[in-house]
Design a binder for this molecule. Sequence first.
Ligand code: SF4
Ligand code: SF4
Length: 446
Amino acid sequence: MNLPALESARTALDSAKAPDARRAAREFVAQAGRDAAFQLESCVHCGQCADACHFHLVSGDPRHTPIYKLQPMLKAYQREAAPFASVKKLLGLAPPEVTAEELHEWSGLIYDSCNLCGRCTLVCPMGIDIAGLVRLAREGMAAGGFAPADLYKAAERALDTGSPIGVRWPALKRQIELQEEETGLKVPIDAEGAEYMVVLTSIEIMGFSEAIGALARIFRQAGASWTIPSAGFEATNVGVQMGSREVAATLLSRIVDAAERLKVKTVISPECGHAYSALRWEGPNLLGRRYGFEVVQISELLDRFVREGRLRLRGKDTRRLTFHDPCQLVRRGGLTEAPRRLAGAVSANLVDMPGSGAASFCCGGGGGVSAIHRAEALRFAAFEKKKQQIEATGAEALITACGNCRNVLEEAIEHYGMTMPVLGLTEMVAQYLEPAQPIDTERRAG
Ligand code: SF4
Ligand code: SF4
């Protein structure tokens, strides 16, 4: 473990505990580099992002307009760093300083009413990456002490225990043992030189641990060597969600250390949207170096195995099914085809939601929103748009490729009194694998 980085992440968290609007403003300005500043200045106020955001669509509240959520960051930038800012300040023409009251109010806009889903980014005619800017604005909010208390607590737990909900190795070990009993297959732990290292999320470990048994069966049939690390197994990255690069980098470095210690070729990002963004897209920038391994999302790998004939499927689910596109995989991560193709390989009657794929609505819990208790009512309200998409299909069950989406969808479905199972894609693939031949079991297990 990198102790100086851990200490620096703890210090950053501790120093953020007392809210300080000037510290937040300084960080807003630091984040508004040339590219972000150019984007902040480019808005033509067309309002298209408002019509794309599920929070605005269900509430009609103008404060839920995506670009409006960036007002404090824009003000700080215009006051301190925009062209002629110092002249405007002298002439009294600069915007006033952002205040603590303002930032407390915006905490609800920047965190509770934004899933970082990127639907607004998709429609902006000026090409402004509003979701990316909200992500940057969260750096200022977190540094200034204005992030939700639930996220600070989750970050502390993640630094102390490795998991935002306190799942330590003995708990994972127990789940692995149960899955080994269930499947009769050995799950390799800390296997040096394995081709694939799988990381997991706390949600999967505690809520959907069948995914571990599913992976054992899949890797056995694919004939691929794999392992789970006993340290650095947690893929969730609350640092990315709350907006703390120090926390994000420390959590990421645990996975990178494990992969490099075990000399694996590929790290498999699990069924989790933001973990994929954090590990594959943000990680090298946060750590300031390239990885010595490849990062592949699990549905991308399984799709590849099926197309290469390394996974042989038999039978399909005959129910009317529909696929929920996790925003960070599909819209922000570019993984549009692989999960849907895979879902199609195990479903005989897969129907797309209207506006599926890159234009799909978020489940309402992404971007850390599901971890913010005060945001629960708003999250359920925002689910209304997803609900309409689901109901238009007449589907009997939902498939998805993100454990957080799965959890959030299950809660919202229950909240609305709907009856619809939510299925994990990896488990479905494992369910429809051709039964293993005894000789395969011996030759390829482990
Ligand atoms: S990223 Fe998604 S939730 Fe956030 S403002 Fe844009 S559309 Fe709304
Ligand atoms: S869609 Fe783009 S240009 Fe239009 S209001 Fe939103 S941010 Fe501004």
